[in-house]
Every structure is written in structure tokens, then in C-alpha cells.
Write a protein that binds this ligand. Structure first.
Ligand code: PRE
Length: 254
């Protein structure tokens, strides 16, 4: 594990996040799928259709061993044994006391409350199952990307143990945040995801050249607004990743 390899992972996840958003943007808001009142009587608590779908899907994934790899953390922790496949002997680069640090709760509420209203058109076509299936893909991609901050933090800790150890001992959250931040890198990431939204989200036709999405072609319309993807990273994805990094570091010497 090195800073280059963890950054490569984050870069590849950008593709998954952007494609996920493009797929979700195919469907309208479909608000009943998120309304706890829609499933009357469900499972004895007020879960929305989206929540039920994610919970049931994750149970299948857990059974298939998806969360044996620490790269992914489910939104709903289970004690479901994985029975569909033989175990794989994963090695982990993470420090065990900090390995399960995650911000899935914050990702969940940010996705449904802040992002979806900006992403999907405000109407209802009844395709709730397909819609929440695409939410699940987005949530998994965002969670994998953001909670990968654990790996980034491990690399940074190993690379500068002396400074990090002092700050961790002092529980100096602000100084940790400062030490792990690279504004130049954040700028690269935000501009790259915006460009990916332009490249992946253009309409491809056989006539004419490939649309480049440059600002003087006013015809160009993208499946997801590239500036929304920039903002998603600027306001949520990067800050939450940094929160994971800080929380991981705070447990790095436990
Ligand atoms: O690449 C890093 O160094 C990271 O820590 C990841 C990340 C990001 O979320 O993209 C977060 C904090 C840094 O300021 C820069 C980028």
C-alpha cells in the first residue's frame, strides 16, 4: 500500500460513482419509495421501501461473503453467516482497532436528503424497485470510496509516524485534519470528476464528432450536471473521507 496505489483506487471508484449517478438520474424522484408511510405495517418499524430494499439486498451480499473484504462496510450490520461460498483468506492492511471506522450513517442521510433532490427530476413513474436498485449501487460506491479513507489514513500514518503519533496522543483533531489535507490533490480530484461526468454523460451518436462538452457548444447536455458532481465531491465526498481518515487515526494507537 502506498499513496499512489490508494489514490489509484479512489480514482477508479470515481468512475463507479459517476456511472452510478448517471443511472440513478434515469429515473425520477419517485418519492413514495422513500416515504416510511408507504409500506404500511412492514416489519414493525417505519422503514421506507428504499431502506427495506437495501437491507434485504445487503443480507444476500453478506451471505455471499461480500463483507468478508474490509473494503466494503454494509449500511445494516448483520450477523448473517456467509454460506453461499467458501471463505477467502483476506489479508488486511488496516489496523484492527480502527478497521471498522466508517461514516455510513452520514452517507445515508446525505445521499437521500441532499443529493437525490438535486439529481432526480421531481416526478413519479412508479418504477420504485429499479429506482432503489440504482440507489443501492450509488450508496455502495460512495460508501466504498469514502470509507476507503481508512486505507489512505493508514498509508499517511506509516509515512509520518512521528508527527501523527504526537497528534493522536494529544487527540488534536484539527492538527490531524491539517496534516492529512492536500488542497492541490483535492482540486485535481474535483476537476477530474467533473470532467468524467462530461465524458461519461454525453450523448453518443454516429453523426458528427464526439461531443467534447466544452462551454461554447451550447447544444451539449449531459445526463448528470457535471457541476453537481464537482459539488458532490467538494461538499460531501472529500469532507466525509477526511472525517473517516481522522477517526481512523484517532484509533490508530488503541
Ligand atoms: O489523496 C489523499 O491524500 C487523500 O487523503 C484523499 C482526499 C480525497 O478525499 O480525495 C482527501 C484529503 C486530501 O486533502 C486529498 C484528497
Amino acid at each position: 500500500l502506498s499513496l499512489d496505489t490508494v489514490r489509484e483506487f479512489l480514482t477508479r471508484e470515481e468512475d463507479t460513482v459517476v456511472f452510478g449517478l448517471i443511472e440513478r438520474a434515469k429515473y425520477p424522484r419517485n418519492t413514495p419509495a422513500y416515504d416510511p408511510g408507504y409500506l404500511a405495517g412492514g416489519h414493525g418499524h417505519n422503514a421506507s421501501f428504499a431502506e427495506m430494499f437495501v437491507r434485504e439486498s445487503e443480507a444476500v451480499h453478506a451471505k455471499a461473503g461480500r463483507y468478508q473484504s474490509l473494503q466494503e462496510i454494509p449500511f445494516f450490520p448483520f450477523r448473517v453467516p456467509f454460506t453461499l461460498a467458501p471463505p477467502y483468506n483476506f489479508t488486511t492492511e488496516l489496523y484492527s482497532a480502527a478497521a471498522f471506522v466508517n461514516v455510513n450513517d452520514a452517507i445515508w442521510s446525505t445521499y437521500f436528503n441532499q443529493l437525490l433532490p438535486l439529481l432526480a427530476k421531481n416526478s413519479d413513474d412508479g418504477n420504485y424497485a429499479a429506482t432503489v436498485a440504482s440507489d443501492l449501487v450509488c450508496l455502495q460506491a460512495l460508501s466504498r470510496r469514502i470509507n476507503y479513507g481508512r486505507y489512505v489514513a493508514e498509508v499517511k500514518f506509516i509515512g509520518d509516524q512521528q508527527n501523527y503519533t504526537t497528534l493522536i496522543r494529544n487527540k488534536d483533531t484539527d492538527a490531524l485534519m491539517k496534516l492529512l489535507t492536500s488542497e492541490a490533490q483535492e482540486d485535481v480530484v474535483k476537476r477530474r470528476v467533473q470532467k468524467k461526468a462530461m465524458v461519461f454523460g454525453q450523448n453518443v451518436t454516429l453523426d458528427g464528432p464526439v461531443e467534447t462538452g466544452n462551454s461554447n457548444s451550447s447544444q451539449t447536455s449531459f445526463k448528470v450536471d457535471p457541476s453537481l458532481v464537482y459539488e458532490l465531491y467538494d461538499k460531501w465526498v472529500i469532507p466525509l473521507t477526511k472525517q473517516v481518515e481522522v477517526e481512523y487515526l484517532l484509533h490508530r494507537l488503541d
